[in-house]
Design a protein around this ligand. Structure first.
Ligand SMILES: [Zn+2]
Ligand SMILES: [Zn+2]
Length: 651
């Protein structure tokens, strides 16, 4: 072989070519670039795919050397840490059998079957300590091709590693690999079935935390073996880990299910069934305020409100195509006079019925129909989550019927409404334009018209957006808006879809200027989404401290003793006459106790009345965040509150 044939060229991220000897690895490449890069290298991407640092390179590959600074590398770190965790678990619990350990958002987990032992918090600490030893031992992770699958199967089976054996049997024709974890002397101390890639050494693992244990099933199937799952996370630095743990703690404090108990907001009941929300008076007040505001904003923008029934004959959903395409999310039919009826999963067909109740001319358009419409959808019990994933919910739904010429302005109007509402609630947001997927209904021309209108409306408003190519529904391009809450978490937000399906299914049309019938353009949009999910999210966003305009109780009036009650009554009456939600706390508890309780209930203002206040005809005002605001006349307090209410600010 001539030396030319043993030379290969790989392409670096800057586009330059690097000559290497055939068989050299990513680590050799890093070294050839610089000693500094070699020391920091933790892995590769080869043609965009994550790979082991020691992967032999071949001619023509595009290779990027990853360091801890590369965003892609966190995946290698977390997944490698999962193996370290599994090794530690088997060290402490030799009877443990290993299932799978993938990375997930912000971390990873590993599933184990541990006979006769339920993992506890104490165990997690012990496992962490063992992991630390493995990290400090700087074990190498070495990829090993399983040449003799049957031999390896025999080994797994003799070890009782039935899950690994099952996986290996399944993947026997896919070049299965083991990863050997070797000590300094090159002795294999542990191995795991995995296709990788991993870090080259456990010595790179410095900051990790085991978070919790939960139950799971082999392959997620409740008829199979019950397993124990350890959730954990890892970061490159202790600082990043600490910051993450702090965010996690903050999120836990804000958990809407926890705050619901503290603040008496909502409940669910076993007797009723899961995923069905009972709104208690406090949260019902919040919802009522939001709905009133929502209605006012819609009325100003020319929307008309409608109400539609909660059940409908199956025939309706045959026409709409829901029975064909959406049946798994719908509840079983109920029989009424021998006819099958269904609980409505969506409001659209109902709004179409209203539209079609008479002949429409282009002069009638646009028609903007809005409903706080309650729908019922089947969600698997495993995904139900407080108010965020439920089985019955009220959408702030609207359908706009218009001509193709009106579409862009209508979209623009919706985006204006989105901005107004999201700004009021203090959400930052980001928009995505989801375009035509590979499988779709409608002509290219229709997609062009609809997608173009969505995009132009965003451009004209100077909105920033990203294109989610092919991310549209099969019948509609759409704008999806993601919200960012007070602690930077992402929430699903408003959606706007231009429907290319229902108008023809229902023959939704209008008489044009030319005297002919045309299909009406139909836009679906929800701004808040569902009242359940939106309010659940708001509880967490505000950490239960609703701004004044939403607060269930806005002012607590607290007389210091009996002789101040008369003045307190007058103050409470006056505030109530201005539509304030007032709680007069005349209990004989100490003043501090009553203030603390109002504070715990996140009441924005506390008004204390003692001798001095009675004498001057004033009130002493406290704010839940700003503390003591001094004394003022009731009129001044009222004016202050009015200003804060009008601004809807969260002070
Ligand atoms: Zn692995
Ligand atoms: Zn709709």
């Amino acid at each position: 072989m001539s030396s030319v044939e043993t030379q290969i060229k790989v392409k670096l991220p800057d586009g330059s070519l690097k000559s290497m000897e055939a068989g050299q690895t990513g680590a050799d490449l890093a070294k050839a670039i610089s000693e500094g890069l070699y020391r920091k290298a933790v892995g590769l991407t080869i043609n965009g795919e994550l790979s082991d640092l020691y992967t032999p390179l071949a001619d023509g590959m595009e290779v990027k050397i990853l360091t801890a600074d590369s965003p892609e590398s966190i995946e290698l770190l977390r997944h490698s840490t999962a193996h370290v965790m599994a090794q530690a678990v088997q060290k402490l619990f030799p009877q443990a059998k290993i299932a799978i350990g993938p990375t997930i958002d912000n971390g990873f987990y590993y599933d184990f079957e541990i006979k006769d032992h339920a993992l506890s918090t104490d165990d997690l600490a012990a496992i962490e300590a063992e992991m630390k030893k493995i990290a400090e031992a700087k074990q190498r992770l070495v990829r090993y091709n399983i040449a003799d699958v049957d031999k390896q199967l025999g080994e797994f089976e003799s070890q009782g590693e039935k899950f690994k054996a099952e996986l290996l049997r399944e993947h026997r024709d896919h070049n299965p690999t083991l990863y050997l974890m070797q000590d300094k002397e090159g002795k294999t101390v542990w191995n795991d079935l995995c296709r990788g890639p991993h870090l080259p050494s456990t010595g790179l693992i410095k900051a990790f935390k085991l978070l919790k244990v939960s139950g799971s099933y082999w392959r997620g199937d409740e008829h199979k073996e019950q397993l124990q799952r350890i959730y954990a996370t890892a970061f490159w630095t202790k600082k990043d880990l600490d910051e993450y743990l702090q965010r996690l703690e903050e999120a836990e404090k804000r958990d809407h299910r926890k705050l619901a108990k503290q603040l008496d907001l909502f409940s669910t009941h076993e007797e009723v069934g899961p995923g069905l929300i009972f709104w208690h008076p406090n949260l019902a007040t919040v919802r009522d305020c939001i709905e009133n505001y929502w209605r006012a904003e819609h009325r100003r923008r020319g929307y008309q409100f409608v109400y539609t029934p909660h059940i409908a004959s199956e025939h309706l959903y045959e026409i709409s195509g829901h029975l064909e395409n959406y049946a798994e999310n719908m509840y079983s039919p109920m029989d009424i006079d021998g006819q099958a009826y269904r609980a409505k999963p969506m409001n659209c067909p109902g709004h179409i019925m209203i539209y079609k109740s008479k002949l429409r001319s282009y002069r009638d358009l646009p028609i903007r129909m809005a409903e706080l419409g309650t729908v019922y959808r089947y969600e698997r019990s495993g995904v139900l989550h407080g108010m965020l994933r439920v089985r019955g919910f009220t959408q702030d739904d609207s359908h706009i019927f218009c001509t193709p010429e009106q579409l862009e302005d209508e979209i623009s109007g919706i985006l204006d409404l989105v901005d107004a509402l999201m700004t009021t609630f203090g959400y930052k947001y980001k928009a995505y334009l989801a375009t035509k997927p590979p499988q779709s209904l409608g002509t290219d021309e229709e997609w062009e018209m609809a997608t173009g209108a969505l995009e132009r409306a965003m451009i004209k408003r100077g909105m920033e957006y990203e294109v989610d190519a092919g991310g549209g529904a099969f019948y509609a391009p759409k704008i999806d808006v993601k919200l960012f809450d007070a602690i930077g978490r992402e929430w699903q937000g408003p959606t706007v879809q231009v429907d290319l399906n229902l108008p023809s299914r229902f023959d939704v049309n209008y008489i044009g200027e030319d005297g002919n019938k045309h299909h009406t353009v139909m836009v679906h949009r929800a701004v808040l989404g569902s009242m359940e999910r939106f309010c659940g999210g708001l509880i967490e966003h505000y950490a239960g401290a609703f701004p004044l305009w939403l607060a269930p109780t806005q002012v607590a009036v607290i007389p210091i003793s009996d002789r101040h009650q008369e003045h307190a009554h007058k103050v409470a009456k006056l505030l109530e006459s201005m539509d304030m939600r007032v709680h007069l706390d005349e209990r004989s508890e100490t003043i501090n106790y009553r203030i603390r309780e109002a504070q715990m209930q996140q009441t924005p203002y506390m008004v204390v009345i003692g001798d001095k206040e009675v004498e001057n005809g004033q009130v002493a005002v406290r704010h839940r965040r700003q503390g003591d605001l001094g004394s003022m006349s009731v009129e001044d307090l009222a004016a202050k509150l009015k200003k804060e209410l009008d601004s809807k600010e969260n002070i």
